[in-house]
Design a protein around this ligand. Structure first.
Ligand SMILES: *[C@@H]1O[C@H](CO)[C@@H](O)[C@H](O)[C@H]1NC(C)=O
Ligand SMILES: *[C@@H]1O[C@H](CO)[C@@H](O)[C@H](O)[C@H]1NC(C)=O
Length: 131
């Protein structure tokens, strides 16, 4: 009989740009599950943007972050490479975008990033100190 292996998932969130009003939050930092299971990685965000764009990235050990999918109200897209087993559900009433991985594999052991695109209409000013 097959010995089921544990899969370790580490979560990180980040925000594009630096806007203190907007943020993403993941309550779980390290999550483990067994091969073949379906896992949900929670990510909640807060933003003043009424049309937020949320992204998920996967970074394998020693790898670069890879774009997986993006979601915005009413639509979104999943990269071909991930569409078979990965998806996320953006819910603007609960301000969450949980990632679901079906039929978990050991090779899914990775760091997953949930990212919020900051409000593009905001302007950033730079303080210049004169001598
Ligand atoms: C993720 O969120 C759902 C719904 O809010 C909750 O039922 C579930 O326990 C959460 N999972 C984790 C791992 O925090
Ligand atoms: C969003 O979450 C609310 C509350 O849990 C739920 O009633 C609603 O069906 C969800 N909407 C979508 C699009 O999943």
């Amino acid at each position: 009989m097959k010995q089921w292996q544990r899969v370790v998932i580490i979560l990180f969130t980040y925000l594009w740009g630096c806007d203190s009003l907007d943020s993403v939050e993941q309550k779980t930092r390290v999550q483990t599950a067994f091969e073949g299971e379906t896992v949900t990685i929670n990510c909640t965000y807060s933003t003043t943007d009424s049309f937020p764009y949320l992204f998920w990235y996967q970074q394998e050990i020693k790898g670069y972050p890879r774009y997986m999918l993006k979601k915005f109200p009413g639509s979104g897209e999943v990269d071909k490479q991930f569409e078979e087993r990965f998806n996320a559900n953006l819910n603007t009433s609960t301000t969450s975008v949980p990632l679901t991985i079906k039929n978990l594999r050991v090779s899914d052991s990775a760091v997953y990033y949930c990212a919020l695109r900051p409000t593009v209409t905001k302007t950033h000013s730079t303080l210049i100190q004169k001598p």
